[in-house]
Design a protein around this ligand. Structure first.
Ligand code: ZN
Ligand code: ZN
Length: 421
């Protein structure tokens, strides 16, 4: 049955995978050295697109600015979509790696920033390019349609939606399954799957509170937005602790709180920036409405001249893996990886990957691939210091190339072949 099919396929492919690894390592290091900010992934997209053309995919470029889709129809059978995101972050890399990025770029506010692949999307691109090539060169091993998608702008939550808005779902066949993976802190060589919510929903918003400025010596003539902001910040922390059931998980972080410029001036207004992570749509909706309620009530308590202003900064849906599809992928992973495949805990990070499945109304499965050196990971685990390993978005995030590169490539191909005929 399935397990046999997976094992035979993987055994057949293993020598070809090993043979491809040096080339993929070069591709990975090149993309790592040349990171591009969200929605500016022109070079990376071109590398992926050219590679797909070379390996006989039907390639469409510039979907949602830099998105690339490669289609390969190989007889009758299911349509399987594999996705990788391509963008890097405005972070100056501090890994000390010989292939570290030294790139500087201009962000959307025209500010010069260091750029680096400290979320590992360079690894995702290399994995998907490798899988595309191997599936193309071994078309005798499968039947169906393979759709590989290189997506822009995951880090700003706009890339997947941008491709949808550019007609992705009308221009390409509807997949039967959508598969995606992320390199994370975890022992290299392992893959972590999970049915249901695997990544949180993420909502960021800016709240501007309005007071009335005055001389610091005459508070009676002011409506002090500093007090308003301080009180609001404290009260917002009661949402998770007092309004959400203990068995639910949620995070509400106030990552920025700004007001005033000088000690003897009471400013006109104050700004808070909030980041909310939830694992259930009902909990998310409750928190968002509680934030509005508390901000408005604190402003009223201060006699503010007007209601606060709310601006959404980004919004990521819940990544909620389909149960039946995940069981199929998990079975394939165990056939391939044995005990190196495990059921993982959900992570309070967020992704726009599910937007494809949500729009096409098809099941999707997303999983994690460990990228931490095995000794480092096991030692940290033993000493209860896993939090000290630099995680995604840290300037020191640095997945080890081996065997992470091979494991992710095998995971992608294993999950895909579980669906293809
Ligand atoms: Zn990221
Ligand atoms: Zn990421």
């Amino acid at each position: 049955m399935e397990t046999d099919k997976i094992q035979v396929f993987n055994k057949t492919m293993e020598p070809f995978i090993d043979e491809l690894l040096p080339e993929l390592e070069d591709i990975y290091k090149d993309i790592h050295r040349n990171p591009e900010l969200s929605m500016q992934e022109f070079r990376t997209a071109k590398i992926a697109a050219d590679y797909l053309v070379r390996y006989e995919f039907d390639v469409t470029e510039k979907i949602g600015i830099t998105g690339v889709v490669g289609l390969m129809k190989n007889g009758e059978g299911p349509v399987v979509m594999l996705r990788a995101d391509m963008d890097a972050l405005p972070v100056t890399e501090a890994t000390g790696l010989p292939y570290a990025s030294t790139k500087i770029a201009r962000d959307e506010e025209d500010t010069e920033v260091g750029v680096s692949h400290v979320c590992g999307h360079d690894m995702h691109v290399a994995w998907l390019m490798g899988a595309a090539r191997l599936f193309s060169e071994h078309r005798d091993q499968w039947k169906g349609t393979l759709m590989v998608v290189f997506q822009p702008g995951e880090e700003v939550g706009r890339g997947a939606q941008g491709m949808i808005d550019d007609g992705l779902t009308d221009r390409f066949p509807r997949p039967d399954i959508i598969l995606g993976q992320h390199v994370m802190v975890g022992e290299t060589g392992t893959v972590g799957y999970r049915s249901g919510a695997i990544l949180s929903a993420g909502n960021s918003l800016k709240v501007k509170l309005f007071g009335r400025g005055a001389h610091g010596s005459s508070p009676q003539t002011s409506i002090d937005p500093v007090i308003m902001a301080a009180s609001t910040a404290m009260r917002l922390q009661t949402i998770v602790s007092r309004e959400i059931a203990p068995i639910e998980n949620a995070v509400l972080t106030i990552g920025a709180l700004q007001a005033g410029t000088k000690e003897n001036i009471i400013p006109d207004d104050a700004t808070l920036k909030l980041n909310i992570r939830t694992f259930d749509d009902g909990v998310r909706d409750h928190i968002l409405s509680a934030v509005k309620r508390i901000c408005c009530a604190e402003c009223a308590a201060s006699n503010a001249p007007r209601d606060p202003e709310f601006t959404s900064l980004d919004s990521y849906p819940l990544t909620e893996n389909d149960a039946i599809a995940t069981a199929k992928v998990a079975e394939a992973f165990h056939a391939q990886f044995g005990e190196r495949a495990y059921e993982t805990q959900p992570a309070s990070a967020s992704e726009d990957f599910s937007i494809f499945g949500r729009n096409w109304k098809v099941p999707y499965v997303f999983w994690f691939v460990g990228g931490t050196d095995a000794n480092t990971y096991l030692q940290a685990k033993k000493n209860n210091q896993l939090n000290s390993i630099p995680s995604n978005h840290s300037p020191k995030f640095a997945p080890v190339i081996h065997p992470t590169l091979k494991t992710g490539l095998q995971a992608m191909m294993t999950a895909a072949i579980a669906w293809l005929d």
